[in-house]
Every structure is written in C-alpha cells, then in structure tokens.
Design a protein around this ligand. Structure first.
Ligand code: IMP
Length: 202
C-alpha cells in the first residue's frame, strides 16, 4: 500500500486497527496525517477514563518521544448502574456481547452510553490534554453484526439513539457521524488546528 504522511503528522498509539481507521477518516477532514504506532500502552485499572488515558499517553510517549494520542473508551449501561464502564475491556474479554445480552435478558430499560477520552501529549505540553466524546443509545436484544463484518467490540449490540442501525451495521463514515470517538477526535483536531496555527503565527 502506498501510504504517505503529509503536512501535520501525529501518531496514534493503539493495538486496534478499527480505532485507527476511524481516526484516520476524521483527521483527513482536518488535513492532519496520522501514523499508527501499533502497540498497546499501559492501561491501568481506574474508575476514570481520563486518568487511564493520561497515564497511557505518558507511557506511550516515554517509549517513542513522538507527538501522539491514545484513546480509552467505555460502555455504560444504565440498568446495570453504569457497568461495564471503565471495565469494558475486561467485560468484553470475559463475558463478551453474549454475556452482556444475557445480563440484560429481562431488562426493559436498554439505555446506555459510549464514552471516549482522547489524550494528547508532546514535548511542548506540561501535561497531557484530554478531549471527551459521548453518544447515547441502546443495547439491542440480539447481536446485529451487519453483512460486511465491520465493527468491533460492542458494535453489534449498540444502536445510537439517532439511528436504526447498530454501529456494526454502519460504514466507518456513518459511525463517525455519531460516535463517541469521532466527537472526541474532532474536539482534539479543532484544538490542534488552532494551536498549530498560533505557533506558526498565521
Ligand atoms: P478500550 O479499552 O478503549 O480499547 O475499550 C474497552 C472495550 O470497549 C474494548 O473491549 C473495546 O472492544 C470496546 N470498545 C471500545 N470502543 C468501542 C467502539 O467504538 N465500539 C464497540 N466497542 C468498543
């Protein structure tokens, strides 16, 4: 593949190619090039996604000294008092989508939210800068993976409020119109564009 990094370049440390592709599409709207640093940085256990993301970006930066972002996300289900929230990765690994649907079997209230925190760090900053995004929706009654096999994680069981499709049934572009991650990425991109213009004096 002929992939060139042009103009403003930042890096995204993630082991998740789906997250990277979502970010690449959003950043292209802002003419920001993004390179994937394919490693999983330190992910501490904490109740706050912001604390997890900040720790993670400093760990990633200490390994490569490049201007970079990391992202941490979580799914909160109202009827389960916010579970799995910051423990989403563990819940996905252990009980998965089937297990979550089982927990929700006789529950009418399907309301839930996806949260995302992007943390950015570079040598010019004193401490990491964070950007949040969230999307409200519902947990479906069954898995709806979609025909293209796209999506990852909880995508087949999460349907945003403004849609009749689950995230897994959407293209990346459709998911990016609504998703928690795209909102956080756009907030970061707006800030980044503004601060880099100021630095160049334009
Ligand atoms: P992470 O720690 O941010 O990678 O995510 C925690 C868990 O939520 C992992 O199991 C992911 O697969 C899942 N997850 C994160 N973002 C999304 C998303 O946009 N759609 C579906 N699942 C997600």
């Amino acid at each position: 593949m002929n992939f060139q990094l042009k103009g403003k370049v930042i890096f995204f440390a993630t082991g998740n190619i789906h997250k990277f592709n979502e970010a690449r599409e959003v950043f292209s709207e802002y003419k920001i090039s993004v390179g994937m640093l394919r490693f999983k940085s330190l992910e501490i256990q904490n109740d706050s996604l912001k604390v997890i993301a900040k720790t993670s970006v400093l760990d990633a930066f200490s390994r490569c000294n490049l201007p970079l972002i990391v992202e941490d996300a979580g799914l909160s289900i109202d009827a389960l008092k916010g579970f799995p929230g910051p423990y989403s990765a563990y819940a996905y690994k252990t009980i998965g989508n089937k297990g979550l649907l089982k927990l929700m079997e006789n529950i009418e209230n399907r309301e839930s939210k996806f949260h995302s925190v992007i943390a950015y760090y570079s040598t010019e900053l004193k401490s990491p800068k964070c950007f949040k995004g969230e999307v409200a929706g519902e947990i479906t009654r069954e898995e709806k993976p979609g025909s293209r096999g796209s999506g990852f994680g909880f995508d087949p069981i999460f349907k945003p409020a403004k849609s009749n499709k689950t995230f897994a049934e959407m293209t990346t572009m459709e998911k990016n119109r609504l998703s928690h991650r795209a909102q956080a990425l756009r907030k970061f991109a707006e800030w980044y564009r503004k601060t880099s213009k100021i630095k160049q004096g334009s």
